[in-house]
Design a protein. Structure first.
Length: 185
């Protein structure tokens, strides 16, 4: 909860990837309140009231996953909507003068997108979601020690990361009112 709040304020991309990781962690713990408490809450160096708040936060995510029918797999609508917002920003940056640097960064990735769709096995998602899924898959491959798959996607990840980083930075600026997307139009 505290980590998620900090990531949400500072970097929307890290926030989304963090929540996806929490979803999978909760699934691995089989949504058990006891397991969630012992593995995720009890080790924290906070008072009992804070521990209770953390447990409730995790259980809220569990309840959302169940409500959305994503007990086995999938991601919460909340994060998918955020990715949708980021994709809308991506589309604006691809058209508006303020996106000149972003377009150059994205153009290095664009030729790799068809191959990335094949590797990630997601044909029906927008480019922004595809990039997030690739980043998350790469993270999981590293955690699992799957060197073969990690190597297959590594070159592309080096192209994906700067695009998502720049998009997340611009998202933050737009959200804070520091950037006008339609300036000089």
């Amino acid at each position: 909860m505290d980590i998620a709040q900090a990531k949400r304020k500072e970097n929307i991309a890290e926030y989304i990837l963090y929540l996806w990781q929490i979803e999978d962690l909760l699934r691995a713990l089989q949504f058990s309140p006891e397991a969630i408490y012992s593995q995720l809450v009890a080790p924290r160096q906070v008072d009992e009231e804070q521990k209770h708040i953390f447990l409730l936060w995790y259980m809220d995510i569990v309840n959302l996953l169940r409500k959305e029918g994503k007990e086995e797999s999938g991601h919460l609508e909340h994060t998918l909507h955020l990715i949708g917002d980021m994709h809308n920003l991506h589309l604006q940056l691809m058209q508006n003068p303020i996106g000149e640097h972003y377009r150059k960064t994205f153009q290095t990735l664009a030729p790799q997108l068809p191959m990335l769709r094949t590797l990630v096995k997601k044909e029906d998602v927008c480019d922004t979601e595809l990039c997030f899924r690739a980043l998350y898959a790469a993270m999981l491959y590293r955690i699992k020690g799957d060197k073969k798959r990690a190597e297959a996607i590594n070159d592309t990840i080096e192209l994906v990361s700067p695009v998502i980083a720049e998009l997340a930075a611009m998202y933050r600026k737009v959200e804070r009112g520091e950037v006008d997307l339609f300036k000089n139009m």
